[in-house]
Ligand binder design. Structure first.
Ligand code: GLU
Length: 504
């Protein structure tokens, strides 16, 4: 094998990107870059049962959004299109095609090679026979295995049956006894009993290879140095290694990433959890937060630090620091990190990110100013401290946009106070606020003036601030009434206080 460092992300297009696959692609990226190597994208679409219309495009689109840059891959992936490859559909890199369904001729050639070496054989067993064999094994409580009936057919018989048009698959001829030791970079050596392995199918009767075959041929031809994949593939490792041996190829290094479980210890499944990265995007998670969070699912950096930019993570990442015990997916932790990344955004970018979530709110007002970036920006600047995901901005900020708030007038009355006293407070407030000059209309100044009045006149803070808050928001919980007044502006504030007085 060459000393190049080449890693691949090899998803099957199932219609969405599973959050676990996001961790896989990220770890591939981190390992590739921390070792000074490259990452390529290979689409594993030979299993047509799982194929979903438009799935490859969707996959590439979401990977683009996530922002992981591939050095090679199908031409439409971001980071791989460049001046040298103006044609978007042209592969970028010298190891293509990077989509398995475009590599069928290559697989054919290597199938022939394997047959010629006597490392594989055609199997003519019918579906009915195989089903019966499985049922019999089950009845005898034995593991379902192929009985190798076609393993030793003569060349002549094989040729005759093929010529007669019989359907056949190609099976890998495995050693029938003994042990195989395979190596995982994180777990060390793992022993498997060869009797537990089957002469499994490499090529289906339609000539299409299964994953186990295509993955080995491609990883060899594409000079993959490290296969980094989910834990669930570890049971494939002996088959993979035996196939490398059958071809006489040196195998890459293997790193199987620990499982990711939900908080109840179950698999992260669609039924109980959001698992599609697309769902996380729709809820307003930022790619930076998803990547940072996923980086910590299995990787244990040396210090306490947990906020990592991609460059920082690459600088600190050592694949030897990946654990082997399952990681637990915590939505709370992800929310926390997302909040941090939201607050790191410059306001103009945050406005653009929040806008899709504010569309409904903008319909609540007929005041054009409230639809401007200036107003929306003030609202967002105030709310971003509390925001955990962008989608919350709509619900959190409705009251900024409603021209005519509807609330029960009883809400204006503070604790044991009375409607009369609430009204008197609001009338006082109206006078105070009307007297504030435009230049002083900002949170601190308004607060200073109102609080001074309350103190100088020995009034209760709640008696003033409570009805003011409700008058401006129609809510019991909101930003402070001074912040509200600042964002709404003087004339709307006054208007809302007048409307509250009219209610009482
Ligand atoms: N195509 C496999 C999947 O669906 C990838 C396994 C691998 O990385 O080898 O996840």
């Amino acid at each position: 094998m060459s000393d190049k460092i080449r890693l691949r992300f090899a998803p099957s297009p199932t219609g969405f990107l599973h959050i676990g696959s996001l961790r896989t692609v990220l770890y591939n990226y981190l390992i590739a870059k921390s070792l000074g190597g490259i990452l390529f994208l290979r689409i594993e679409d030979t299993d047509s049962k799982r194929e979903v219309e438009g799935a490859v495009e969707k996959l590439i689109e979401i990977l683009d959004w996530v922002g992981i840059k591939f050095d090679e891959g199908p031409g439409s992936i971001r980071g791989t299109t460049n001046a040298a490859h103006p044609n978007e559909n042209k592969d970028v890199g010298d190891y293509g095609p990077y989509i398995q369904s475009r590599r069928l001729d290559i697989y054919k050639k290597y199938t022939q090679e394997l047959l010629a070496k006597g490392e594989a054989y055609p199997c003519f067993c019918t579906e009915e026979r195989l089903i019966k064999m499985r049922a019999d094994a089950e009845a005898m409580k034995k593991p379902p295995r192929y009985d190798r009936a076609c393993r030793d057919l003569s060349k002549e018989e094989v040729a005759k049956r093929i010529a007669a048009g019989e359907k056949y698959v190609i099976r890998h001829k495995l050693p029938v006894a003994g042990e195989i030791t395979v190596h995982d970079e994180l777990r060390g050596d793992i022993k498997f009993n060869l009797v537990d392995l089957d002469d499994y199918v490499l090529i289906k009767s339609n000539g299409i290879p299964v994953y186990q075959f295509a993955v080995v041929v491609d990883d060899h031809l594409m000079e993959t140095s490290h296969v980094v994949r989910a834990d669930e593939w570890i049971s494939s490792l002996p088959k993979n290694i035996l196939l490398y041996k059958s071809f006489g190829w040196e195998a890459p290094k293997f790193i199987h990433l620990p499982l990711v479980l939900d908080k109840n210890g179950g698999k992260l499944s669609k039924r109980n959890n959001d698992v599609a990265v697309e769902d996380f995007r729709a809820k307003g998670y930022l790619p930076e937060a998803l990547l940072n969070y996923n980086a910590l699912l299995g990787w244990h950096p040396a210090g306490e630090k947990e906020i990592f930019s991609m460059d920082e993570a690459i600088a600190e990442f050592k694949y030897q620091d990946i654990g082997t015990s399952p990681a637990v997916f915590s939505a709370e932790k992800l929310d926390y990190l997302n909040g941090i990344y939201i607050r790191k955004k410059e306001l103009p970018e945050l406005i653009a990110l929040c806008k899709p979530y504010l569309e409904e709110n903008l319909k609540l007002t007929s005041n054009e100013h409230k639809k401007s970036d200036q107003f929306v920006g003030k609202v967002i600047a105030l709310e971003r401290e509390r925001l955990k995901k962008l989608s919350e901005i709509g619900e959190h900020t409705k009251f900024f946009f409603v021209d005519n708030l509807s609330y029960d007038k009883a809400m204006l009355v503070w604790k044991k106070s009375t409607p009369e006293s609430a009204r008197a407070s609001l009338e006082d407030l109206l006078k105070i606020l009307e007297a504030i000059v435009d230049a002083d209309w900002e949170t601190e100044k308004i607060e200073e003036i109102v609080v001074k009045y309350i103190k100088d006149n020995n009034k209760g803070v709640g008696d003033y601030l409570w009805p003011m808050r409700v008058a401006l928001t129609g809510e019991k919980a909101s930003p402070s009434p001074f912040e509200m007044a600042d964002v709404l502006g003087k004339s709307e504030t006054i208007d809302k206080i007048k409307k509250a007085i009219a209610k009482l």
